[in-house]
Design a protein around this ligand. Sequence first.
Ligand code: 9UX
Length: 158
Amino acid sequence: MGKQKNLILPIQGMTCANCVSTVERNVKKLNGVQSVAVNLSSERAAVSYDESNTGLDEIINRIQRAGYDVALAEGEFILKNSPDALDSERIAKDLLKVSGVRDVNINISTSKVSIRYIPTLVSQLEIRAQLKRLGFESVILGDQAIDQEELVRRKEIK
Ligand code: 9UX
C-alpha cells in the first residue's frame, strides 16, 4: 500500500447528473483510485488515490478522454529583476514541478511569467513565494479573486 492522497479538482463541461456519473465512472476505472465524488453545482471532483499507482496527470487524462476538462486559471507575474535565458529556463523547470502548475511561459524582454494552474491545488501567492525562493521578487498582475474563492472553498471542505 502506497501513500493515500486526496485532492479536489475543478471540472469543466458538466451540465447534468449523467455527466457527473460519467466523470466518476471513468476516474474510478484508474488503477489506484480509491474514491471519486463529483459535485455538479460546485463543479468539483474529490478524488482519493494511491500515489504509488496513479497520479494527477493520469487523472486529468481520464477526465479529458471522457469528454470533460479540468478548469485552469491564469496568473501573471512581473519579475523585479530581469531574468536571462538561463534563469528563465530554471524558473520554468522549477515551477512546472509545483503540483497544480500546468503551463509556464516566460517573456525575457518584459520579465513576465505567465502560468496556467489548477486553482484548487496551488495559489498565485504560493507561486510568488516559489519565485522568491528562486531569487526573483515579483508583482502579481493576474486576477487573484479566483484564489480567494478557492481558499473559502477549501476551508468549507475541511
Ligand atoms: Mo447530460 Mo452530460 O444529458 O455531457 S450527460 S449533459
